[in-house]
Design a protein around this ligand. Sequence first.
Ligand code: TYD
Length: 203
Amino acid sequence: MGGRFITFEGIDGAGKSTHIEALAQHLRQRGERVVCTREPGGTPLAERLRELVLHAPMDPLTEALLVFAARRDHLQHQIEPALARGDTVLCDRFTDATFAYQGGGRGFDLAVLAQLERWVQGERQPDLSLWFDIDPDIAAQRRAAARPADRFEQQDSAFFARVRAGYALRQQAAPRRVVRIDASGERDEVWRRILDVMDARAW
Ligand code: TYD
């Protein structure tokens, strides 16, 4: 039996990263083996591609190809072997982010992204994707209090409104896999909502 594959999504500043660690701890306490990883990244090659995607100017097609190239390496060398061992994989962003950022944010062709998705992933999809949804203006305030901005974080709120709409489309297309979490509240409130989603699946 394979392990579970859970991804964490949302616009920059939605606050997903703190909850990945919390969920990892929670599952480990219950005796599960958990691998925490991220995209773009998660392997030495994919982390090098991440540096380029986050900091080097490039056109939307190049950006899409690089995130999928990173994803391919990550799936082959990290995600698939972990799932085959029966580990639970928690991944900070995955393909929904490509549809949201390159598709929604940059306006890149969704049909081409869907083709790349099939090419790179075959049938592989997360078992659950937690979409941390938040108003772009609140997210911008949270980001301003954090660290220096990368190429995406420098975008204006219209960009993040399009990214958010991109996530909403993915949620509508796969409502059982993608669960919207209202990320506007206090951290503990959001954490409760995550536990409710896990309970609802008897996980
Ligand atoms: P993020 O996950 O927010 O990491 P950190 O918390 O360290 O900033 O940053 C990754 C960025 O990459 C984010 O702005 C979204 C972008 N991204 C894409 O544009 N497409 C993708 O497919 C993925 C996975 C990420």
